[in-house]
Each structure stands twice: as structure tokens, then as C-alpha cells.
Design a protein around this ligand. Structure first.
Ligand SMILES: Cc1cc2nc3c(=O)[nH]c(=O)nc-3n(C[C@H](O)[C@H](O)[C@H](O)COP(=O)(O)OP(=O)(O)OC[C@H]3O[C@@H](n4cnc5c(N)ncnc54)[C@H](O)[C@@H]3O)c2cc1C
Length: 464
């Protein structure tokens, strides 16, 4: 796609209050995300309101121009990269919090507000919004919803799909519509809210969201539990999830992850530590002690060598710093690592990790595993150098084996990062042909001109 000067002029006239940017130095800022992919858009439009978006989508439909919605471009899968050129629609100026209703436990926001701004505003009323990607300070709610992004709290409180009451959006015809309702119960019509969440900007542009709020817990306790083997830690995760107290977060790190952060921070762990669980428990002052005891009881499986309870804010922060320093530490060692975020049922984590260790040896690729174990969501990091073709060949074989294993164990290929551009070729291994056909039909109904984020999420429809 390349826009003619006539088209550009008509676009500028169409959106008088918006910003239309076409200078190369402006375009480059919108040409990449947190993946290694990059492609230049033809133009960038920064709207201020829904009406401008409606006009823009209609214009793109008439002119058959791709339209790529964009939050802050922190996604890891190339989902915002304009691989076919076209218009990038940046939500950066639609960033207002429109309403907070503590008694109804919801908050109405525009899509360009950051996750952190939502957390801060909710906290003033004693609430929080559960999805908590590590990128909270810099990612937008629109991006969170479009990827169904979450983080450690997902184990207890769920992902955006469980934490959004309704949406306002514009479909590929440029028609505005509402989904869901303002109440926590509602069963009128099909659930278009959950359909749009996770659709990576391929079905509609989200222009407003009603977020479901949760009360901030009265208190929390943070634990670090060490194991002398990966298998012991993995089995402990199953035991923890099989008892009634749901942890606020339940994070896992394998031996290589521990080694990696030990190189960057003062961990002072015993040499025998081969795996680590970082566990948080929330509750009221009167219940927390019992809940923590129940969790410790199930965490102390064979192979558990240490349980450390953080007693001060500094100790809690230090433990989380350890967990959050992992991604940057890995990036230092392997700047272009392949980071997957598969999910398997919690009871299959021991077998999954055992088989991944075999795949690692078989293909000669270093693999570091950590992640949101309470959900079975593991970040599997293949430390490779993309400039080394032999290594990349081995990595792709290892990756294919990991995805096959994931599906054999009744898992799913992505827990929170989504498919974007990078994982499309694997999607049909998980989704059967009939479901895929229905998904393509749905795409066609919402986006008949196929302008919304083409080339992302689903593989192309080759059935004609
Ligand atoms: C340091 C770091 C840590 C991270 N940690 C996590 C983590 O813990 N958990 C996690 O899940 N992710 C994580 N991520 C990935 C990323 O931050 C999330 O996917 C986030 O939700 C993306 O938000 P964004 O505003 O940057 O969206 P973008 O990257 O701009 O867009 C992502 C997708 O959303 C679509 N989109 C954006 N806005 C709209 C809209 N209004 N309507 C329709 N579609 C839209 C885009 O088209 C694209 O498909 C991390 C990233 C970084 C850099």
C-alpha cells in the first residue's frame, strides 16, 4: 500500500481535529513494537474521539487501506507492526478516565489510558483492576484488552476476559456498537465483549471499556520457597492449586533463571537451590495467617529446602525485583532470545518441564523457563543468536517440539502475549478446521473489507 498525495489530503480534511503524521521521522516511531519486526506505515492518525475513528475506518474501507490500532507498542508479537503498510491508528490521546463507580465496582476508560493510571485511580477508592502486566507503567488498556494480557495476579483474579463488563467499539464498516453491560450479571445476546478481547485489533477498534474493579486486599504476605529440583517445585505448584486457598500470585523460576539473576543481583541462595517459587497470599488481617499456613503446608513437598517469609516492604520489593529483573537479565545474555508463553494444565507442569529438558539436549539449544505457574503459564525462553543460522534451525525444531508437546498435554500456545505476526503458522495446530472456518466467518462479518490489522492473529483464509 502507498497512499497518494490526494488520499493523504482527503484524510487530513476528514479528521480536522486529529493529527495525521506522514513525515518519515514520525512514521518510524510507529513502525515497530517489542518484537524484532519492523515495517513502515504510510501514515499515522492520532484521533481525539470516537467520531474521528468512525470517519477514519469508513475512509479506510472505501480506499481498502489497512488500519492498525496501536496502544503504546509494547506487545511482543509484532501485532502492531504494519506489515502491509497502511494507517496506524494511535490511541495515545484518547487516554481519559471517564467514570469511577465504587458502589458498582466499575471504571469507564478510554483505550489509551495506561494500566498504571487505571491502578492509581482505582486505588484512590480502595480498588484495583486485576490484569497486571509487568509493563503496566507503559502499556495501554486497549492493548491489554486486545491481547488479553495479564500477569501474576491472573491465577486468582483472571485476565481481561474475566475483568471487563462491556465495551464500545467501531467495526470494520465504521459502525459504532456497544457490547456487554454495566452489571456483573447479564445474559442478553451473544458475548461480544469476550470475542473482542484477545482479537488483537482484527475485529474492531475498541474506543471505550467498562472495567470490573476488585477491592484492594487488606493485607498480603510474600514467600520465597526453594527446591533442590525443578520437579519438586513443579509438583508443589500442583499441590498448592489442589487446596482451597488460591494464591494472589504463584511464580516459578528454574535453575538457569536463578543462575541468571544471581549474576545480576545479590540473591545469596544456597548452592543446592535448583528451582524457586515466589508466592503471594492476600486476605484480611483475621484470615491471612491461616491462608499462609495452608499454602506453606502444600508448598513443603519433598525437595523443599527453604521457606522465606518477607517481613518488610523492603524485603517484599527485593523479592519482586528479583522476579522482574529476569526478563532484562535474559535480554542482556541473549538480546534476541525467542520468548514463548505457552500454558499447560498445572498438573502437567512436571512432565512438560521434564520433556523440555530432553528437547533442550536433543536440539542443543539453551532453554530458560519461568513464569506464572499458578496458571500453568510458562515463559519458555530459547537463548539463541538469530545471526547464527545453525542455531536458528535448531531453535525452530525445538520450538515445534515444544508446541507439539504443549498441545499433547491439553495446553494452549499463548497465555497472554497473543499470536500477532510471529505465531500465526502454528495456530491451525491448536484450532480445528471447523472452528477456524467459523472464526474466519466472524472476521468477515465484523470486517468485511479486511482492513483491520490484516496478517495478524489468524492464519489467512485459504478456503476462498
Ligand atoms: C517490559 C515488558 C513487560 C511485559 N510484561 C507483560 C506481562 O507481564 N504480561 C503480558 O501479558 N504482557 C506483557 N508485555 C507485553 C505487552 O506489554 C502487553 O501485551 C500489553 O497489553 C500491550 O499493550 P500496548 O498498549 O503496548 O499495546 P500494543 O502493543 O500497541 O498493541 C497490542 C495489540 O493490541 C491492539 N490494540 C491496541 N489498542 C487497541 C484498540 N484500542 N482497539 C483494538 N485493538 C487495539 C493492537 O492492534 C495489537 O494487536 C510486556 C512487554 C514489555 C515491553
Amino acid at each position: 500500500v502507498s497512499l497518494s498525495s490526494k488520499q493523504l489530503k482527503s484524510l487530513t480534511q476528514l479528521i480536522p481535529d486529529g493529527e495525521v503524521q506522514s513525515a518519515p521521522h514520525q512514521l518510524v516511531a510507529y513502525s515497530y513494537d517489542n518484537s524484532r519486526l519492523q515495517a513502515m506505515p504510510d501514515t499515522v492518525v492520532i484521533p481525539h474521539n470516537r467520531e474521528e475513528i468512525i470517519q477514519l475506518v469508513k475512509w479506510c474501507g472505501v480506499n481498502k487501506i489497512p488500519l492498525i490500532s496501536r496502544g503504546h507498542g509494547t506487545g511482543t508479537t509484532g501485532a502492531t507492526v504494519p506489515v502491509n503498510g497502511g494507517v496506524v491508528l494511535s490511541m495515545e490521546k484518547m487516554n481519559r478516565i471517564l467514570e469511577i463507580s465504587p458502589q458498582n465496582r466499575f471504571m469507564v476508560v478510554e483505550p489509551g489510558v495506561t494500566n498504571q493510571q487505571v491502578q492509581d485511580a482505582a486505588a484512590e477508592h480502595g480498588f484495583f483492576w486485576p490484569p497486571d502486566p509487568t509493563s503496566a507503567a507503559v502499556c495501554t488498556i486497549g492493548g491489554n484488552l486486545a491481547c488479553n494480557a495479564s500477569g501474576p495476579r491472573g491465577v486468582k483474579y483472571g485476565s481481561p476476559r474475566e475483568n471487563v463488563l462491556g465495551l464500545e467499539a467501531v467495526n470494520g464498516r465504521g459502525e459504532p456498537f456497544k457490547t456487554g453491560c454495566y452489571t456483573t450479571k447479564g445474559v442478553v445476546g451473544y458475548d461480544l465483549t469476550r470475542l473482542l478481547i484477545g482479537s488483537e485489533g482484527t475485529l474492531a477498534v475498541i474506543t471505550q471499556a467498562t472495567l470490573k474493579l476488585q477491592p484492594l486486599p487488606q493485607t498480603r504476605q510474600t514467600l520465597r520457597v526453594l527446591y533442590n529440583s525443578i520437579q519438586s517445585a513443579a509438583k508443589a505448584v500442583s499441590r498448592i492449586m489442589a487446596q482451597p486457598v488460591i494464591p494472589y500470585s504463584l511464580e516459578f523460576m528454574d535453575d538457569k533463571a536463578i543462575q541468571m539473576i544471581s549474576d545480576y543481583s545479590q540473591l545469596n541462595l544456597p548452592d543446592t537451590a535448583r528451582a524457586l517459587l515466589l508466592i503471594e497470599v492476600d486476605g484480611t488481617y483475621s484470615t491471612i495467617a491461616d491462608s499462609v499456613e495452608a499454602i506453606i503446608d502444600s508448598a513443603q513437598t519433598e525437595g523443599c529446602i527453604d521457606v522465606f517469609r518477607a517481613n518488610s516492604t523492603e524485603e517484599i520489593e527485593q523479592l519482586w525485583k528479583t522476579r522482574k529483573s529476569l526478563s532484562p537479565a535474559l535480554r542482556k545474555v541473549a538480546p534476541k532470545k525467542i520468548n514463548e508463553d505457552i500454558v499447560v494444565p498445572v498438573s502437567e507442569i512436571p512432565l512438560f518441564l521434564q520433556k523440555v529438558a530432553e528437547i533442550e539436549v536433543q536440539h542443543g539449544v539453551t532453554i530458560v523457563n519461568f513464569g506464572h505457574a499458578g496458571n500453568g503459564n510458562l515463559h519458555v525462553n530459547l537463548l539463541v543468536d538469530p545471526d547464527d543460522s545453525t542455531q536458528m534451525k535448531a531453535a525452530h525444531l525445538a520450538l515445534a517440539a515444544i508446541f507439539k508437546l504443549t498441545l499433547e498435554l491439553r495446553g494452549t500456545l499463548s497465555g497472554e502475549h497473543g499470536i500477532g505476526r510471529v505465531k500465526r503458522e502454528y495456530v491451525s495446530q491448536e484450532i480445528d478446521a471447523v472452528a477456524m472456518r467459523m472464526m474466519h466467518d466472524i472476521k468477515h462479518v465484523l470486517d468485511p473489507y479486511h482492513i483491520l490489522n490484516p496478517g495478524k492473529s489468524l492464519p489467512d483464509d485459504t478456503t476462498g
